[in-house]
Design a protein around this ligand. Structure first.
Ligand SMILES: *Cc1c(COP(=O)(O)O)cnc(C)c1O
Length: 424
């Protein structure tokens, strides 16, 4: 695509956009009476228009049916979570029974580490990217301590080479190979929250297995953003949240993936609860646990119907959009356009005022660009906000902007470019 820095060009791309109608399926906050340009889907996706009615339906069922709501009506709550796995399995590239919808992300990280962090003898180390999201760092360190290790000994963090901002796949693979004797688990994010780097998950998984370790991924910034093939890649486990690119509400419900090769692995430990018991006999309430087939056996508690209703509102939109492939096609163009406009500002000034630290190759990133401001970072960010552009700010000097293909337009990206240019 040869981009142009003109409103006419941006408008033309919007007209050609097969997803242009989807913006109206979301509710956008206002600033000075006008819809904001919301580039913050990496933190919290917008509210689907249907979220309210989906929640109302649950409340109505509860009012009219009470306990019977679990078993009767259009959406009985008993297996509500199972009915949502089809669309989700397409988004994640998984078989339906390899995923389950439950809890929140950090909780699922812990539950999955109970199963897949199995340190023995010399093999007790966990490899992760340096600068991972804090919750992941805390969860992994506390798991190491739980097993009696000092996190300093048990955790290997990988950092970019000097003067580089993101990790090279070759360096990740080399490090994994170097630790073939002591590695128990490789646990990376799919897309790093800070840099926006999309990791080569299949290559990392293959290397981890070659080194005798499990491979797991935190897909908080990847799910609903980039194409995933968890099953095909042989990933052992993964978890994600639904409130970022999956628009399912603040603190929305998370999910977990367990590769089917582990369904009958008796050596995996698992924390168990009654919602993971096979559904057809759950209410016979026997004393010995018999798990549902697949990832559903990791369920612990009664599913929160209201959170599922919010998740449904968003998954229905993904379904109507035709899944992740068309979204990704638009996303590459949209983020590429923002990058083009930023590069234009730098060229005009003969200086990298806005250094994009997110990888320049489409294959190595999702929709987010992370911009290091050489000067006036916070004032630039404030200027964006004053002009109705919602991004997010990371100390000391990074602005993250995420054009989301479901609800952002090329014209919005163009206008963002104008405001950035005016702030220099
Ligand atoms: C957003 C995010 C989280 C948040 O975890 P919660 O348990 O949902 O609060 C954790 N890890 C990563 C990588 C994230 O991006």
């Amino acid at each position: 695509m040869i981009y142009q820095n003109t409103l006419a060009f941006a408008t033309q791309l919007d007209e050609q956009d097969s997803l242009k109608g989807f913006q109206s399926k979301f509710l956008t906050p206002k600033h000075n009476g006008k819809d904001v340009i919301y580039l913050c889907g990496n933190s919290l996706g917008l509210q689907p228009v249907t979220a309210q009615s989906e929640v109302d339906q649950i409340l109505k069922n509860w009012q009219e049916r009470a306990i019977e709501g679990f078993f009767t009506g259009d959406e009985p709550w008993l297996d509500f979570h199972k009915r949502l796995t089809y669309t989700l399995s397409q988004i994640l590239g998984a078989n339906r029974d390899e995923i389950t919808i439950m809890n929140s992300l950090t909780v699922n990280l812990h539950l999955l580490m109970v199963s897949f962090y199995k340190p023995t003898g010399n093999r007790f180390k966990i490899m992760m990217e340096g600068g991972a999201f804090p919750s992941d760092q805390y969860a992994i360190a506390s798991q190491a301590r739980f097993h009696g290790y000092d996190p300093k000994d048990a955790i290997i963090e990988l950092f970019p080479r000097e003067c580089e901002f993101t990790l090279r796949t070759e360096d990740i693979i080399r490090k994994i190979n170097e630790h073939a004797d002591d590695l128990a688990l490789v646990l990376f994010s799919g897309v790093n929250y800070y840099t926006g780097q999309l990791f080569d998950m299949p290559a990392i998984t293959t290397a981890a297995h070659g080194a005798g370790a499990f491979a797991g991924f935190d897909l908080a910034h990847a799910a609903g953003n980039v194409p995933l093939q968890l099953h095909e890649w042989g990933v052992d486990f993964a978890t994600w949240c639904s409130y970022k690119y999956m628009n399912s509400g603040p603190g929305g419900i998370s999910g977990a993936f367990v590769n089917e090769k582990h369904f009958n692995n008796k050596k995996l430990n698992r924390f168990e609860g009654w919602w993971g018991f096979r559904e057809d006999k759950r209410f016979l309430m026997p004393s010995v646990f018999e798990g549902e087939k697949g990832a559903a056996a990791w369920q612990l508690s009664t599913s929160p119907a209201i959170l599922l209703a919010l998740h449904k509102a968003s998954l229905d939109i993904f379904e109507a959009a035709g899944g992740i492939a068309p979204l990704r096609a638009k996303s590459e163009l949209l983020t590429g356009y923002l990058e083009f406009l930023i590069n234009g500002i730098n060229e005009k000034h003969g200086d990298e005022l806005f250094k994009v630290i997110t990888p320049g190759y489409k294959a190595d990133r999702g929709c987010q660009l992370s911009i290091v401001c050489k000067q006036n970072g916070k004032p630039t960010f404030d200027k964006l906000t004053e002009n109705g552009v919602i991004g997010d700010w990371r100390e000391p000097n990074v602005i993250r902007l995420s054009p989301v293909p479901l609800y952002n337009s090329f014209k919005q990206v163009f206008e963002t470019g104008l405001i950035l240019a005016a702030s220099t």
